[in-house]
Design a binder for this molecule. Structure first.
Ligand SMILES: NC(=O)c1ccc[n+]([C@@H]2O[C@H](COP(=O)([O-])OP(=O)(O)OC[C@H]3O[C@@H](n4cnc5c(N)ncnc54)[C@H](O)[C@@H]3O)[C@@H](O)[C@H]2O)c1
Length: 365
């Protein structure tokens, strides 16, 4: 039997149920406890999933039977929760984005380095079967040298379904900071770091009306751009466009399309783990569907935590790491800065392409 690592969750909101469902099935994870500022939410999740403990965040952080804490709070408190966990000597894995402000992200990265503790950062969809198969296609030179890409995240906003959608319109969210990490992490895993960006951004409405229960009809003040166009200049010389919007009712555009010297690849939704990959090469009359060659194709949120656990044991770098999270955060801020200042913005941080998941066998999930 595999040795189990004690895991705790802080933040028992909407996304916690997917993480809990998956953690319970992972042989290497012992989900010890869940916590939330709102104790009722923690209690509800503990009862729903038969978890032994639920408690206040500070009590969970102080436990001796937990090694990794998964931070599923809303973006504005990501950094302070990470800092608190690190100060208690535990590894932390945080939902995206790493932090709202770059300075706060750097502060927790420096703290983790000093204390020799790890920070993992979502999204982990780039570790899923579809994204990893796309990575193999690029690495095997099947579409040739990458020239460019277009990426589109277009939707009418999360206030139609999320039970508490206010945070999506605060600084540190909006379509770019909320959904951009899926696209940017995916592109970085395929093509490496970005060295500069140009952006244009628009806030279309001052207020949004909640269409979900229980806050149906309430108004949310919009404090962030909701339609952002960006161009990314990668260090490998390629350029990609990225549009993220919460202002679009309908679209016919793909999620991500990549153009290489030998052909074009269509990448499925980077906010999912599976999906259909298509390739059309020079001379092909039709698009060909490419079979997925890697595991994890369902809603496998948490495989980044599993990779963190395995990487700690093997003493290697984990894939969904803070350097990637930081680079993504700087790119997003760069796009907004470019839009505000009407100029090209250089990106100072870099990160390594996380290694392909060729050492992974399906197990635990
Ligand atoms: N909902 C989704 O579909 C989804 C998908 C992927 C990622 N995410 C990310 O997951 C994170 C959480 O999203 P959500 O939809 O679950 O939000 P949510 O608002 O439903 O839940 C957040 C929870 O965190 C708790 N919380 C806030 N501050 C806290 C603090 N300081 N200490 C302890 N608990 C605190 C809140 O009480 C709440 O229960 C966000 O970063 C979001 O971007 C959400």
């Amino acid at each position: 039997m595999l040795e189990k690592t004690g895991v705790g969750i802080i933040g028992c909101g909407n996304i916690s149920s997917v993480y809990i469902t998956n953690f319970i099935q992972m042989e290497e994870v012992e989900l010890v406890s869940v916590a939330d500022l709102d104790m009722k939410k923690a209690e509800r999740r503990a009862k729903e999933f038969n978890i032994k403990n639920f408690e206040a965040p500070q009590d969970l952080i102080s436990r001796s039977d937990i090694d990794i804490i998964v931070n599923l709070t809303t973006p504005e408190v990501h950094a302070e929760v990470i800092e608190n966990v690190l100060l208690h000597g535990k590894h932390v894995y945080v939902e995206k984005p790493l932090a709202v402000e770059l300075e706060d992200a750097q502060k927790v990265i420096d703290l983790a380095r000093r204390k020799q503790i790890r920070i993992g950062c979502a999204p982990d969809t780039f570790l899923g079967g579809a994204a990893q198969t796309c990575r193999k296609i690029i690495d095997n030179d099947e579409i040739g040298m990458p020239i460019g890409a277009h990426a589109f995240m277009l939707c009418p906003g999360h206030e139609s379904w999320h039970p508490d959608p206010g945070f999506y319109y605060a600084r540190g969210a909006g379509p770019l900071f909320d959904m951009g990490p899926y696209y940017l992490t995916n592109l970085i895993a395929l093509f490496g770091s970005v060295q500069g960006v140009v952006g244009m951004a628009k806030k279309t409405y001052d207020y949004r009306k909640i269409k979900s229960k229980p806050r149906f009809g309430e108004k949310i003040k919009v404090e962030t751009p909701t339609h952002i166009n960006g161009i990314l200049n990668f260090s490998n010389g390629m350029t990609a466009s990225l549009t993220t919007s919460f202002d679009v009712w309908h679209t016919t555009l793909p999620y991500i399309e990549v153009y290489g010297t030998k052909g074009t690849m269509l990448i499925p939704d980077p906010n999912s783990y599976g999906g259909e990959i298509k390739i059309k090469k020079e001379g092909d009359s039709d698009w060909k569907s490419v079979p997925i060659e890697f595991p994890y194709t369902e809603n496998d949120r948490g495989i980044g935590v599993l990779d963190l656990i395995r990487s700690i044991k093997r003493k290697v770098k984990h894939r969904a790491n803070a350097s990637v999270g930081m680079h993504v955060l700087e790119i997003m801020h760069g796009l907004i800065k470019s839009a505000e200042e009407k100029k090209f913005v250089s990106i100072n941080s870099t990160c390594e392409r996380p290694p392909i998941m060729d050492d992974v066998t399906k197990g635990g999930l």
